[in-house]
Design a protein around this ligand. Sequence first.
Ligand SMILES: *Cc1c(COP(=O)(O)O)cnc(C)c1O
Length: 379
Amino acid sequence: MIPLSIPQLGGNEWTYVKECLDTGWVSSAGKFVGLFEERMLAYNGSAHAIACMNGTAALHVSQLLLGVGPGDLVLAPNITFVATLNAIAYTGAEAVLIDVDPANWQLDLNVLERFLKEECDSSTAGELVHKADEKRIKAIMPVHVLGNICNMDRLLSLCETYGLPIVEDSTEALGSTYNGCHAGTFGTFGTSSFNGNKIMTTGGGGMIFTQDADLAARAKHLTTTAKTDPLDYFHDETGYNYRLVNVLAAMGVAQLEQFPGFLAAKKKMDAFYRQELAGVGDVRFQEITEGVDPNCWLFTFRTARMRELLTYLNANGVQSRPFWAPMNQLPMYAGWRYYHQEDNSSLLHAEAISIPSSSGITVKQMTEVVEKIKAFYQG
Ligand SMILES: *Cc1c(COP(=O)(O)O)cnc(C)c1O
């Protein structure tokens, strides 16, 4: 079976993790956490980084620091991994789900703009109110789906007009840039995930990025049980044990050393599939937004025969996966508002399929994947 996506652990992972074990620095203290944060900043050009236990925790804490809480609303795309919405639910807020663009699969900015214009009241400075229920909209979480990014110039300008802070769910977009700037550096907060299937991994892990020193200090505080004194056990608010442990940060440092290689491999993979699958059956690719240099994390395309193809590939040695169910179709979020004109989310879900995309995938394996797909459409 050619796997969908597996990690590459051929660098200094063993050496650095062994160093943690040999020295006993396995947990919350030790040099690798700070080193991982520093190296990540050097890579993406952000001002501050706070390592944490996973991407979901990063999204949760970012919202808390924007004052998101019970009775508030947060805008999010209807197509995302469930963690985006879970992080909203943890704060006690609800999402207003916005449909996605059928071409680039990101937040549909036309739909978003119409929502802000027609459904919201921004007449009181510093407050954006959803007219239908008089709830305050505290933030927007654009999700850089599959490493692509929406038109950030337009999103930033809309958010500026309506006074809407951004938490970028950039968990899939490490290494992606828009007009030369890295994903995760545009919003008040940006986030990373180092889950096992992401472009680089610590097994599980995440990071918060911000340009604001005070927010960074608050994020560190909140993710480390809000302890106010290095010695005394005094805590000044309900904090979280969301820190990333040293052993995993050690893996992160090793993975980041190899990251340029992972990125180059993903781009090759993407170019290969785009070339070889162009014109095959009714295959349609995700369109990359102008100005975006994507990380090509997971190759996903659309076909009207998605279910059949999925069954065929999985039965023929090519591990493949359907795309996320739209959030408005999940029982716990079905009651939240879904703002849309068409319903591109459900169409995308019905048609999108992901195929093997490991950074270690060989040309031989990709050729086999392509041959199986061609055989399916010819059969
Ligand atoms: C992976 C992912 C997350 C969450 O990351 P974890 O580290 O698994 O908690 C959030 N949002 C999106 C879009 C993701 O793909």
